[in-house]
Design a protein around this ligand. Structure first.
Ligand code: FMN
Length: 434
């Protein structure tokens, strides 16, 4: 088994710039768990979930987003690390890390702040780079107020603090969530960052928030602790964060000691991270090359590859082993990221590595509640949102099953999942104690 070969295979190890070694090229992508209590602390259900994923044998497990600010959660049931942690909370985090690592996986904690993508049921008055509200959600999101300079500094420190706790409790690394329209991604985009101080304007200024988080985190943790970034290849919005911007940021990340960049894309206004609309007739304007390829962000990799030598993980749409092999052998990808397939079969990585399967279990296309006018590309925003929340809700239900030691019921109706989603999310937000 070689390390860093020119044309790696899925079972090859990967050595990261910090010196840490991942045992193979399959990574579980971050998926929000929604299992935390009203204090946003961990419990046994997280431990069981990561034990199951650990048994699967992926080289890397990335947790769902862990929030660094309890007023800016992505959802009520998020795990959050803010301020001093109780001994119980530290012990529970340590249990998650050790459950995940039992069979040789590395575990990284994904750190996030939702900014303007915080739902009203969590906080009616979120903070963001600028006072630009989301153009979606039908009243689910409040109009943000701009962060002051001190608040920006405190938020950077909150990321650093959470990274220190991650290391202290046995995690092997952190991944800063700079994608999907959350706070770091809001700073990067000229549409949501309209500041005219040092944090806004040029791409250099808009990237400062992310680069500061990385620089300060790198200094706060041990040299062998991985610091990674999930970055949008693009926001897919006119005048937004473009592929060229993303490639330039990737280049700067190399200078500040990043270990791996995970490529994704989109945000709540353009939910391309879960490309659930491939069968929708209104999606016909998509580039043919993207439609042909199951992993929908691969087209961006050549540009990324020209701008950075950092290890690159690509996530989104991988459903066959042959597509994964091609990505490693021909596209310069170093790690294959899997999200939804890991929910439908937590043992999927081991099966891939043992050559037991070619096609992964998938329910992507038929989770759409309607097509055309009713579909996810509908001009009627309420219907578009319904599809996005419905598809997510379906996976949320399955993550709960895994955490409870059950087998996911793949026949669950998407509509039922949507109803359950609304109920569970409302309950978790109401339960918040702050
Ligand atoms: C239920 C669910 C929860 C997710 N939560 C997160 C998250 O917390 N952080 C993140 O970066 N991406 C999140 N994602 C996006 C995934 O990491 C991944 O980018 C996306 O699902 C595409 O990969 P896939 O086609 O292999 O599922 C989530 C996706 C799903 C389906």
């Amino acid at each position: 088994m070689s390390i860093m070969t020119n044309s790696p295979s899925l079972s090859d190890k990967l050595e990261l710039p910090c010196g840490a070694i991942l045992s193979n090229r399959i990574g579980k992508a971050a998926m929000t768990e929604g299992l935390a209590d009203g204090h946003n602390t961990a419990n046994e259900r997280f431990v069981r979930l990561y034990q199951r994923w650990g048994e699967g044998g992926a080289g890397l497990l990335i947790t769902g987003n862990v929030l660094v600010d309890r007023w800016h959660l992505e959802r009520g049931g998020n795990l959050a690390i803010v301020g001093e942690q109780s001994n119980t909370s530290l012990a529970m985090l340590a249990d998650i890390a050790s459950a995940a690592k039992t069979h040789g996986s590395a575990i990284w904690m994904q750190l996030n702040h939702a900014g303007r993508q915080t739902q009203k049921m969590v906080n009616k008055h979120p903070k963001a780079p600028s006072d630009v509200g989301l153009k979606m959600g039908n009243g689910r999101f409040g109009k943000p107020t701009p962060l002051s300079k001190d608040e920006i500094d405190n938020t950077i420190e909150a990321f650093v603090h959470a990274a220190r706790i991650a290391e202290q409790t046995g995690f092997d690394g952190v991944q800063i969530h700079a994608a999907h329209g959350y706070l770091v991604s809001q700073f990067l985009s000229p549409l949501s960052n309209q500041r005219n101080d040092v944090w806004g304007g040029s791409l250099e200024n808009r990237a400062k928030f992310l680069l500061n988080i990385i620089q300060r985190t790198r200094k706060a943790v041990s040299p062998g602790f991985a610091v990674a970034v999930k970055l949008n290849s693009s926001d897919f919005q006119q005048g937004g964060f473009s592929q060229e911007d993303s490639a330039r940021v990737a280049n700067w990340l190399e200078d500040v000691g990043v270990d791996l960049i995970e490529v994704s894309g989109g945000n709540y206004e353009q939910p391309r991270m879960i490309d659930f609309n491939r069968k929708d007739p209104l999606a016909a304007n998509k580039r043919q090359s993207t439609l042909k390829r199951e992993a929908y962000f691969l087209d961006f990799v050549p540009l990324m590859r020209r701008s950075t030598k950092l290890p690159v993980m690509v996530t989104g749409g991988f459903r066959t082993v042959s597509a994964m092999k091609t990505a490693l052998e021909e596209d310069g990808v170093d790690m294959i990221g899997l999200g939804r397939p890991m929910v439908l079969d937590p043992m999927v990585a081991g099966k891939i590595l043992a050559g037991k399967i070619e096609k992964l279990i998938s329910r992507d296309d038929d989770l759409i509640i309607g097509t055309g006018l009713m579909g996810p590309k509908s001009p009627i925003s309420f219907l578009r949102d319904l599809n996005a929340w419905g598809a997510l809700g379906w996976y949320y239900e399955h993550i709960y099953s895994l955490a409870d030691g059950k087998k996911p019921d793949t026949n669950l109706s998407p509509f039922k999942a949507l109803l359950a989603y609304d109920k569970t999310e409302g309950k978790a937000a109401k339960a918040l104690i702050r």
